[in-house]
Write a protein that binds this ligand. Structure first.
Ligand code: BDR
Ligand code: CA
Length: 317
C-alpha cells in the first residue's frame, strides 16, 4: 500500500533532493507540493518547485504557493546558503506548467478532505503553511496521519547558537504545530548533521547514468560550498531535508526517542529554539519522535539506489 504525502517545502537544494527522493519512491504517493517562504522569497520557492517537477516530468502533481511571510515576523531568507535563485548551481528548465490558483493551505485542505486514507505532511521549510492549515481547518486534523518535519535540534542551532533556520524563521507557527497533538517526527540538526554527504558520495551520484542524478550532483556541488567553512566542523554537507523522506522509506536507519519538545518564542537569545526534554526533566507528555542518529552509509546508499530509478523512469509514472 502506498503512503499519501504532501510536501510543503522552500526549495532550496536539500528540499529539492527530498522531493527527487520522494518522486523516485513508488511507495510514496505525492498528492501535492506546496511552497513556503524561507530559503528564498515565496515567488522563487514556488518557481523552483515548478522547475524541479518540470525536470522530473511530474506536472501531474498539483503545486500551490503558500504564505508570503511568517505569521508574526518579517521573512528572513537563506540566500547565503542557496544563492540568488534559491537553487543556484545546475541549469534547470523553466516551468512547463502553472501552479494551482488556490492557496497552499486550501490545496492541502482539499486533498485531506478528499483522501480516503489519512495523509502524511512533510514540511521541510518554515511551518507557516502547516500552522495556518491547522488553525483554519481544525475539522481536517483527523485526516492527518502524522507530520514528519525537518527543523530544530536538541543540541545546537545553525542560524543562531540556539535555533535551526526553519524554526527560527517562524517560531509561532512551529509552536502551534508542536502543540497540535498530531504525531510529529522531528528531523533536527542532531540527525541531519550526521546525514552528511561527502565528496566521494557526490562523485558516486555523478556517475549514475541519468540526467536527474547529474542535477543532484550539481546541486550538491553548490550546497557543499557553504558547508566547507571549517567553523561548522563538518566533513561534508548535511542533507537536512532528505532525512524526512529517508525516515519514511527506511526508519531502521535511524535512532529515535520520543520527547516533549517546546518552542521558544520569547527568549532574548533563544528565539526559535526547540527545547527537547530528552531526560524527562519536565512533567510534559511527549509530543514528538526526535531523530538523533542515522546510519550515514545506509542513508547515502538509499539515495544512490533510488536515483538509479530515473535511468528506467524518465517521466511521470
Ligand atoms: C534547513 O534550512 C534550510 O536552509 C534547509 O533547506 C533546511 O530545510 C536547515 O536548517
Ligand atoms: Ca528546506
Amino acid at each position: 500500500m502506498t503512503r499519501p504525502i504532501i510536501l510543503d517545502c522552500d526549495p532550496g537544494h536539500d528540499d529539492t533532493i527530498a522531493l527527487i527522493l520522494a518522486c523516485a519512491s513508488p511507495s510514496l504517493a505525492i498528492k501535492a507540493v506546496t511552497t513556503s517562504a524561507g530559503n528564498q522569497t515565496p515567488e522563487k520557492t514556488l518557481n523552483n518547485a515548478l522547475r524541479i517537477l518540470t525536470l522530473l516530468g511530474r506536472s501531474d502533481i498539483p503545486v500551490a504557493g503558500g504564505a508570503l511571510k511568517p505569521l508574526m515576523r518579517e521573512l528572513i531568507i537563506a540566500d547565503n546558503v542557496h544563492g540568488e535563485t534559491g537553487l543556484d548551481g545546475p541549469t534547470l528548465p523553466d516551468p512547463s506548467f502553472a501552479p494551482q490558483t488556490e492557496h497552499a493551505v486550501e490545496l492541502m485542505a482539499n486533498i485531506l478532505r478528499q483522501s480516503e486514507q489519512p495523509v502524511t505532511l512533510v514540511p521541510t521549510g518554515p511551518l507557516t503553511n502547516i500552522a495556518l492549515l491547522l488553525a483554519t481547518h481544525r475539522e481536517l486534523i483527523p485526516k492527518i496521519q502524522e507530520i514528519v518535519l525537518m527543523g530544530g535540534g536538541a543540541e545546537t542551532g545553525n542560524w543562531s547558537p540556539a535555533a535551526e533556520f526553519n524554526i527560527y524563521v517562524d517560531p509561532e507557527a512551529a509552536k502551534l504545530v508542536f502543540q497540535s497533538g498530531i504525531p510529529i517526527t522531528m528531523c533536527g540538526l542532531d540527525v541531519t548533521h550526521r546525514a552528511q554527504i561527502m565528496d566521494e558520495d557526490i562523485e558516486r551520484i555523478r556517475k549514475i547514468d541519468n540526467p536527474i542524478a547529474g542535477v543532484v550532483a550539481e546541486l550538491l556541488d553548490f550546497f557543499m560550498i557553504y558547508h566547507r567553512d571549517p567553523k561548522w566542523g563538518l566533513e561534508g554537507a548535511p542533507l537536512h531535508d532528505p532525512c524526512t523522506i529517508a525516515w519514511l522509506l527506511a526508519p531502521e536507519l535511524f535512532k529515535a526517542q520520543t520527547c516533549w519538545v517546546g518552542i521558544e518564542t520569547q527568549g532574548e537569545y533563544t528565539q526559535g529554539m526547540t527545547v527537547v526534554d530528552r531526560y524527562q526533566l519536565t512533567n510534559q507528555p511527549a509530543n514528538a519522535t526526535v531523530l538523533f542518529d542515522v546510519d550515514r552509509q545506509g542513508f547515502v546508499d538509499l539515495l544512490v539506489e533510488r536515483l538509479h530509478y530515473f535511468t528506467t523512469h524518465s517521466s511521470a509514472s
